[in-house]
Ligand binder design. Structure first.
Ligand code: ATP
Ligand code: MG
Length: 426
């Protein structure tokens, strides 16, 4: 029996890598422009970190975490998201002592035991960003500006920004109670899950995808109508900054997030092109989180982008394939040996070159060159070798020229590097 990979955990093969690199490189470029520095944290943390931050009654903590005991009996968890580990590191290394504002970004795999389907996996990747230390609504708008900028830079148009406010410690408890009272009256219409959790996590009921629950909560009170003055004012400033920046948005009063630490501004980037996995990025404010984790009482805001979902959207439009600048086709052992030295030397000098190792016919070698999308093929046989020359064929035009083997490296570097060889994704 072959050993296979784990269900819901994907291999990312070389053919898909151009898209991944492109999405990652744009994140580095754009986030750094906005003053964010990259942070890398481990993929495993103490289980308690996630229970305390994400919340005991959330789907993630209740049923989606990969939790295990290590050999010393410590309970560890594969990170289901990035914000809690990044805040743990922020507190542990006292990054707030370096500046009053800390801007961090991260990328890497996350793990959730979910039912695998298109756009939903058990290992998936996020690119995320966090700003710590600023309560001002301008920061909310700036984070959303950066997120929008990222989406347009990677060429994804089919997304809409949805925003909402989830209130704060002042106004949420009253609203929460009003919602529980409402749900109590509509209990018969709720699904089993919601009947069980409406007392412990009533906001989650608003997010339930079961049609009966959506119907039963259609007239439920919304947090947005029950904000305190501070939250109300904060939200209206966020909206007016977004208008000032010409960033389109939709207010979605039903949107609640699956993690307990959010407060005030929350948001999602949604698309129509991925079926029910319609959120490609999500985030919000978490003003109480850092203090809850034992750090200073500093506000924070951030988001995470689901990279697999972006890749699915990008693949739909297919990136231009990368072309190989030069392929070496040879006939006879001494020509192959000579070409091999030439190839390694050219690779050493930064040129991508491929050759045929097994003694195949010239025709089959040229087919392989075409498969690589080679711009040039250098043909070297025993006859050419005896005259100390090689034939360079321009694969697009079909034209050929003879090059002397003396000084050929410099000539090839000059000719083959002159053409653009990179992907044309942007
Ligand atoms: P969903 O509603 O789709 O379950 P979520 O609210 O659980 O998403 P977050 O925890 O906010 O998602 O994570 C941010 C982003 O990470 C999501 O918008 C999505 O693009 C991506 N994501 C979340 N879970 C998965 C998963 N299991 N597989 C692939 N991508 C995911
Ligand atoms: Mg989820």
């Amino acid at each position: 029996m072959n050993i296979t990979g784990i269900k819901g955990m994907n291999d990312i093969l070389p053919g898909e890598m151009a898209t991944w690199h492109f999405l990652e490189q744009q994140a580095h470029r754009i986030f750094q422009t906005y003053g964010f520095g990259e942070i890398r944290v481990p993929v495993v943390e103490k289980t308690e970190l996630f229970c305390r931050s994400i919340g005991e009654t959330t789907d993630i903590v209740e049923k989606e975490m990969y939790t295990f005991d290590d050999r010393s009996g410590n309970s560890l968890t594969l990170r289901p998201e990035g914000t809690a580990p990044v805040m743990r590191a922020f507190i542990e290394h006292k990054l707030h002592n370096q500046d009053s504002v800390t801007k961090l970004y991260y990328q890497g795999p996350m793990f959730r035991y979910e039912r695998p389907q298109k756009g939903r996996y058990r290992q998936f990747h996020q690119i995320g960003a966090e700003v710590i230390g600023v309560d001002d609504p301008k920061i909310d708008a700036q984070v959303l500006a950066m997120l929008s900028h990222y989406f347009s830079a990677v060429g994804i148009q089919d997304v809409a920004l949805h925003i909402n406010s989830l209130g704060c410690k002042e106004c949420r408890p009253d609203y929460r109670q009003a919602l529980i009272d409402y749900l109590q009256k509509h209990l018969a219409g709720l699904c089993g899950d919601c009947q069980r959790r409406y007392q412990t996590n009533p906001l989650r009921v608003l997010d339930c995808k079961v049609p009966a629950c959506r119907e039963a909560t259609a007239t439920a009170p919304a947090m947005l109508e029950n904000l305190c003055r501070v939250c109300e004012d904060h939200f209206s400033q966020v909206k007016s900054h977004l208008q000032g920046l010409a960033i389109p948005y939709t207010v979605n009063a039903r949107m609640v997030r699956g993690l307990d630490y959010y407060s005030k501004t929350t948001f999602e980037m949604v698309t129509n092109s991925l079926g029910s996995q319609n959120a490609v990025a999500a985030g919000g404010r978490y003003d109480g989180l850092i203090a809850d984790l034992g750090g200073p009482a500093l506000p924070g805001i951030g988001f995470a982008i689901g990279v697999e979902r972006l890749v699915l959207m990008k693949n739909a439009e297919s990136l231009a394939v990368r072309r190989l600048p030069l392929f070496l086709a040879t006939m006879g052992k001494s020509a192959a040996d000579r070409a091999f030295l030439l190839m390694v030397s050219l690779q050493n000098q930064g040129l991508s070159v491929e050759m045929e190792y097994a003694g195949k016919s010239l025709k089959s070698q040229m087919r392989r060159a075409a498969k690589f999308g080679a711009r040039y093929a250098l043909i070297l046989g025993e006859e050419e070798l005896s005259r100390e020359v090689a034939v360079l064929r321009n694969m697009d035009e079909g034209s050929q020229q003879e090059l002397s083997l003396t000084g050929i490296e410099a000539r090839l570097l000059q000719i083959c590097s002159a053409e653009p060889a990179g992907p044309t994704a942007d």
